[in-house]
Design a protein around this ligand. Sequence first.
Ligand code: URA
Length: 216
Amino acid sequence: MKIHHLAQNNSVLNTFLSEIRDQKIQKDSMRFRRNIERIGEILAYELSKSLSFHEGFVETPLATKNMHLLSDAIVVCSILRAGLPLHQGLLNYFDKAENAFISAYRHHPNNDEHFDIVVEYVASPNLEGKIMLLADPMLATGQSLVAVFEALRKLGNPKETHIVSVIGAQEGIRFVEKHFPENTHLWIATIDDQLNEKGYIVPGLGDAGDLAFGSK
Ligand code: URA
């Protein structure tokens, strides 16, 4: 797996990251969603540089101009529900992409900290030979990404998988690296050091799904 860790330099990406982490600003859920979407747009732009392009011709009102046009068939897939604002950011740039949605939630069978990942709902086109962008804003333990990928594989083998994430924990990234095939890229805005006993990223930002859409 190739890891592309973006927030190493001063840029507007860090402004958006500061806002989504800041509990005073987080209270504005519309701003939270929009910031995640804006981060998705930056990640989309960065990952677009790794895709395949072909030469094509465009007629301007004055002349013919040769341009580079995107060749790859793209499927944007998001994990419900926290992935939705990130999905929108990706779709803003890859507007001809197909879409897939998959649900994954943590189930605590013994009412303690141990949890399993339950995948219930899968709505996806065939993935064979396509570029799959898998949107999951918080890469915490990595278990949902792995469970979701297992379910999606039944719909064909993508040519490449690009995991798109906002905040990751080292532990989760190592887990994902172990379980995803080699033709996987991880595009991640920033990486935090720790997970707490409940599997939340620290310092992180809290629960991304609740912040975007209200608590359950
Ligand atoms: N999901 C979240 O929304 N936040 C975390 O810190 C971990 C998983």
